[in-house]
Design a protein around this ligand. Structure first.
Ligand code: ADP
Ligand code: MG
Length: 242
């Protein structure tokens, strides 16, 4: 069964169609890369999946439940989905450990001891075990972004959505975040990631979706989509950026 199934998504902002008849299916343990020019709808798609934006049409199912149905509690859905943005949005006044344990304690009702044990385990795993007591401004951009990903993982999400998580980083810091995403894939984490890193998308994704004007123009395995794109618009896009 698909973990995530989007059907016929439509989103209009002030008369502009931003998502248009968009279908996307993600299997459990699959990594899907969303590529496409700026403004093609990648972030809007991720925001709709996390119920941060309302749909104008279409349905979204998570684990077979229609989460886009009226009356569904968005908070309950968001507990099952982790979303990390381009600019690491850590709480500046909280230590790394408190950033990571806040939601598990407040939203998921974990005890401090339980939440901290899990947080320390995750921080160790991403090589930041010794920074648990530090405040975000003492960390590099790459470290902050890794903490932001750990914070999303601390809720044991079914699905992790990553929106251009390396775009705000200095080039020399991109690698450590990509390495973490690669590790998460090896652990079987299901992810949908919007990215400008084509080499990385080719390397890590099971499925690549090329968006243009809010539509999925082409989707396929990376070798196929990058190596032998069938749609003229995909070819144009790739020719411009690679
Ligand atoms: P991408 O992430 O691929 O760059 P976005 O999903 O951010 O694309 O944006 C798709 C289109 O939707 C853009 O034209 C953008 O200006 C528009 N858009 C996104 N969010 C809003 C909003 N809150 N209000 C109005 N227009 C928006
Ligand atoms: Mg975006």
């Amino acid at each position: 069964m698909a973990l995530l199934r989007c059907r016929g998504l439509r989103k209009v902002f002030g008369g502009q169609v931003v998502l248009d008849q968009l279908d996307l299916t993600v299997a459990e343990h699959e990594v899907v890369a969303l590529i496409g020019a700026s403004g093609s709808g990648k972030s809007t798609l991720l925001r709709c999946v996390n119920l941060l934006d309302d749909l104008d049409d279409g349905t979204i199912e998570l684990d077979g439940e229609e989460i886009s149905a009226p009356g569904v509690d968005p908070d309950r859905v968001r507990r099952r989905i982790g979303l990390v943005f381009q600019a690491y949005n850590l709480f500046p006044h909280l230590s790394v450990l408190d950033n990571v344990t806040l939601a598990p304690r407040r939203v998921h009702g974990r005890s401090r001891a339980q939440a901290e044990a899990h947080a320390r385990e995750l921080l160790d795993r991403v090589g930041l075990g010794d920074r648990a007591g530090a405040y975000p401004d003492r960390l590099s951009g790459g470290q902050q972004q890794r903490v932001a990903i750990v914070r999303a993982l601390a809720n044991n999400p079914r699905l992790l959505l990553l929106d251009e998580v390396t775009s705000a980083l200095d080039p020399e810091l991109v690698g450590e975040v990509l390495a973490l995403i690669r590790d998460l894939k090896a652990d079987g984490t299901t992810m949908v990631l919007a990215t400008h890193e084509m080499t990385f998308a080719r390397d890590v994704a099971d499925q690549v979706c090329f968006l243009d004007g809010g539509r999925v123009i082409e989707t396929g395995a990376p070798q196929q989509l990058f190596g032998a794109p069938t749609q003229p618009r995909t070819r144009q896009f790739l020719a411009r950026i690679i």
